[in-house]
Write a protein of this length. Structure first.
Ligand code: SF4
Lengths: 201, 473
């Protein structure tokens, strides 16, 4: 997993609420057995016509946002299925952070496992960032994970919350499984205890 | 005296294997269900790091999302190349890592959330996870069950634990009894209509109240199945005699003295008097009508007697989404829901693909024909549900009415297999998601109960099931 420390990049505005994982990556692209290569199909049905031509009005097709690294999105981003293909597709396109008022639970978790930072801010601050994002490619937003701040192109700074364990893993690009395996003895003793308390499991 | 705890608190406490200073826990996982779409990258990760599956005996795999449900599916050519690769990858991974496996050719194969309970893998008080959001279904047994992403699938395979922070407690109480024609599906859709798709975010919902107690296990599974559509991490229902009766004698349920010990433990699994809930929603069962969805979010729910709403009735933000929904769905504000003509009916999925669902639909269809030109299919949730429906004569009722009678799988719930809607086609579906393109690009989905789906198949438009019940006929 790539580290996430500080990012200054183009933010694409997607004010729609309830953007679900079927919109982020439609199911016909879930038939892969790899993690990479999904970026070209990110938001496929909003981004391309049925015969594969780009829909010019869609934000990521506009010249200003083709290299976006941040999404500013409406409420409840990433709702729907548990597919990790959604963050894989975002990452493969180049998105490293999302800013919204709220996320669906599983999607939120999945982001951290893939080096994407999902930031929660209050509605009024998301609105300011949404307006900033609408200014196009010259308006670069800065996200500093160490200091937990988002800064607009004109220098307004907003603090955000992030779980300390997740922050640590993201800053250092750490793999959860490796960390958990260091606690194997705790798991062993739990299993022994459970085998006497609930032997039918 | 210890502080009163909720059902969720109790199961949580019994599964914490380790707790870090910041409250992050390692939660031990009793059952890990696996399907072909969200697992290949996880098994690949194990291979790349030389890791093994820690508890293969607690891991259960079944292909369901991609598999064709036509009768000729034993012929590999019925699968597209990429689907076949995914199913073959699961075959190989299940063999290589030695986990429990129900291949396509096994009569016990079916949708993972139907197979788990059916085989007795899912039991009260367990922690159950699967790389699939509808894992919430298993909460009907008083198990803590939720969906996880593929990285977490790999984590559970390797460690049999999950890194978790505890969610908050939410209580959804349904008081009183349901009126005739109203089902578990109407309860769960009405709850989402009331809370919105993000209303449960950050919570584990415990469903309780007389109407929930009165539901069968099948109905309770339908209710918990859609907890995720309300944004909740999990839905859960305290186990009772009905739960124990359902589990008794299942292949992987405990037997003899172990059964007695298990039931004694299961009887402690309820929310203590005075336990704290962070959020409470109460609905009166009598107020719940048969409902349908009109939009492209499961929160877009209305009683079947309603009319298509106008974007102006909603807050800014949601209003745009409603306008987009109406354009996509091809509906006009003010249109009566019962005037919406449909051309496809899908009965199945992990929400409503169990035997009781098929019985409810068959009761409406008995001796009737579906509307000319209607495409209608029943996809049983498992091979065993299919076999039982054949034994009970339900299959013949569906066939006589003009339905296709399919083999088990997810099918048109998410249209990863060849069962798909074409652009503009409109489907009455018993599944759980009405997102844009969910059942095929440009396809339009109305979610409803199995009885309502059967009624729509007969009339050719969304129909109030109460109008078709004996006292009206
Ligand atoms: S039936 Fe539908 S919702 Fe259920 S597991 Fe299959 S695809 Fe998912």
């Amino acid at each position: 997993m790539d580290k996430f420390t500080k990012l200054t990049g183009i933010a694409a505005p997607m004010p729609l609420v309830n953007i679900d994982t079927d919109m982020i990556i439609p199911k016909q692209f879930l038939k892969t057995i790899a993690r990479t290569g999904l970026g070209k199909n990110l938001f496929d049905e909003m981004r391309y016509t049925q015969d594969g031509a780009e829909i010019p009005g869609f934000v990521l097709n506009q010249p200003a946002y083709r290299k976006a690294e941040i999404l500013v999105a409406g409420d409840n981003f990433g709702c729907g299925s548990s597919r990790e293909h959604a963050p894989w597709a975002l990452l493969d396109f180049g998105i490293r952070a999302v800013i919204s008022t709220s996320y669906a639970d599983i999607f939120y978790n999945n982001c951290f496992k893939n080096g994407i930072l999902p930031i929660v801010l209050p509605a009024d601050q998301v609105a300011i960032l949404m307006d900033d994002a609408k200014k196009g490619a010259n308006a670069r937003v800065t996200i500093d994970l160490e200091s937990q701040t988002v800064t607009t192109s004109d220098g307004q700074s907003f603090p955000f919350e992030v779980d300390s364990h997740r922050k640590h893993c993201l800053l250092n690009g750490l793999d959860d499984i490796g960390l958990t395996l260091e606690k194997a003895s705790a798991i062993d003793s739990f299993e022994k205890k459970a085998a006497t308390l609930r032997p039918w499991v | 005296m210890p502080a009163p705890r909720t059902l969720y608190d109790k199961i949580w406490d019994d599964h914490v294997a380790d707790q870090a200073a910041d409250g992050t826990c390692l939660l031990y996982i009793d059952r890990h269900l696996v399907h072909e779409v969200t697992s290949p990258q996880a098994f690949e990760g194990l291979r790349m790091t030389g890791r093994k599956v820690r508890a293969p005996e607690k891991t259960i795999a079944v292909p369901d999302h991609n598999v064709p449900t036509t009768l000729d599916r034993a012929n590999a050519a019925t699968m597209t190349e990429d689907s076949r690769i995914q199913v073959e990858a699961l075959d190989k991974n299940a063999r290589d890592f030695g986990v429990n496996y129900y291949p396509v050719s096994d009569v016990r194969q079916g949708i993972v959330h139907i197979v788990g309970p059916e085989q007795g893998w899912t039991l009260p008080g367990m922690t159950v996870v699967c790389g699939d959001s509808h894992t919430a279904t298993h909460g009907a047994f008083g198990a803590l069950a939720h969906g996880i992403g593929t990285s977490e699938v790999e984590h559970v395979l390797a460690t049999q634990t999950l890194i978790q922070k505890k969610s908050k407690n939410m209580k959804v109480e349904i008081t009183g009894s349901l009126r005739p024609g109203v089902t578990a599906k109407d309860i769960t859709l009405s709850v989402i209509g009331a809370t919105g798709t993000a209303g449960g975010t950050g919570y584990v919902i415990e469903y309780c109240g007389q109407a929930i107690r009165e539901l069968s296990m099948e109905g309770r599974m339908t209710v918990c199945n859609m907890a995720i559509e309300g944004g909740a991490r999990a839905g859960i229902i305290a186990p009772d005699e009905k739960t124990f009766a359902y589990c008794l004698g299942r292949p992987h349920a405990p037997k003899g003295a172990q059964w007695e010990a298990a039931v004694a433990y299961w009887k402690t699994l309820y929310t203590d008097e005075g336990a704290h809930f962070d959020k409470v929603l109460t609905l009166k069962a009598e107020d719940i009508a048969p409902v349908v969805t009109w939009g492209t979010s499961p929160e877009d729910v209305l009683p079947i007697t309603g009319v298509v709403p106008s974007p102006s009735q909603f807050e800014p933000g949601k209003a745009e989404a409603v306008q987009r929904s109406l354009d996509y769905m091809g509906l006009t504000p003010g249109q009566k829901l019962t005037d919406i003509a449909i051309d496809t009916v899908f009965i199945g999925s992990c929400t409503n693909g169990r035997i009781e669902d098929l019985r409810a639909a068959a009761a409406v269809l008995k001796g009737k024909k579906i509307k000319a030109g209607m495409r209608a299919m029943v996809v049983p949730g498992s091979g065993l549900v299919r076999a039982q429906a054949e034994e009970e004569g339900l299959a013949q009722i569906f066939l006589d009415a003009g339905f296709e009678w399919r083999l088990a799988g997810c099918s048109m719930c998410l249209a990863m297999n060849p069962d798909q809607l074409s652009p503009g086609e409109r489907c009455a579906a018993t599944s759980n998601r009405n997102f844009e393109g969910r059942q095929g690009r440009g396809g339009r989905t109305h979610l409803l109960s199995p009885a309502m789906a059967a009624a729509a198949a007969i009339t050719g438009h969304l129909t109030d099931i109460r109008q078709m019940m004996p006292e009206h006929a």
